[in-house]
Design a protein around this ligand. Structure first.
Ligand code: GTP
Ligand code: MG
Length: 198
């Protein structure tokens, strides 16, 4: 199976709940540290180069962006956390904006917490992980940029991430460059959204 997406666009850009889409389509959200590869993963999944804006500079995505996919679901690109250059008040705003989306959104079917495969999870990652566990939110760990490691290192680093978080499951390695696990991630997303075929 290799899914081809024909119909997608940025449906909505929001900074608060009044701006979220008003329909009832299922949503999947991508969250993680700035620069971890959220927007790139969305582009790779949707087969588009620059639909979600990406950058080498962290802090590119500053709003909640909903991408309408085949009129059946939304991919939700969230701004990253842990970007050193933002002020305290801006990072508080991040918390408010992202947490209220993640916690109070009935349409949200699964959250993908992205972690760079090359690094141990940081404090912000751990806090978010614990927060998901505490609120019993449905989430899956993704280890991004797997192309940056030699193949033999990939399972080792996934195990290290799991250990650091005391997670019950290994993260799924993913690469926006090689598209490793694109199909597996699509299956998971469609499953969680109760969609048989796109
Ligand atoms: P913010 O919007 O700032 O929170 O960042 P983001 O998580 O959306 O990251 P983004 O997708 O903009 O990617 C950040 C940088 O990492 C860019 O230079 C990407 O080209 C690079 N990158 C993202 N994913 C991958 C990947 O799978 N492999 C490699 N080699 N580079 C990647
Ligand atoms: Mg981004």
């Amino acid at each position: 199976m290799s899914i081809i997406i024909n119909n997608t666009d940025i449906a909505i850009t929001a900074v608060s709940p009044s701006g979220y889409p008003a329909d009832d389509l299922p949503e999947v959200a991508f969250v993680g540290k700035s620069n971890v590869g959220k927007s790139s993963l969305i582009n790779a999944m949707l087969g588009r180069k620059r639909l979600a804006r990406t950058s080498r500079q962290p802090g590119k995505t500053r709003t909640i962006n909903f991408f309408h996919v085949e009129r059946k679901l939304y991919f939700v690109d969230l701004p990253g956390y842990g970007y050193a250059k933002v002020s305290k008040s801006e990072s508080a705003k991040w918390g408010e904006m992202v947490e209220s989306y993640l916690k109070d959104r009935p349409q949200l079917r699964r959250i993908f917490l992205l972690l760079d495969i090359r690094h141990e999870p940081g404090n912000n990652d751990k806090m978010l992980y614990d927060w998901f566990m505490h609120y019993n939110l449905p989430f899956t760990l993704i280890a991004t940029k797997s192309d940056k490691l030699a193949r033999a290192q990939v399972p080792r680093q996934c195990a290290a991430i799991r250990r650091a978080l005391s997670a019950p499951e290994l993260p799924m390695p993913f690469s926006s460059e090689t598209r490793q696990n694109r199909d597996a991630l699509w299956s998971l997303i469609l499953d969680n959204c109760g969609i048989d075929v796109l």
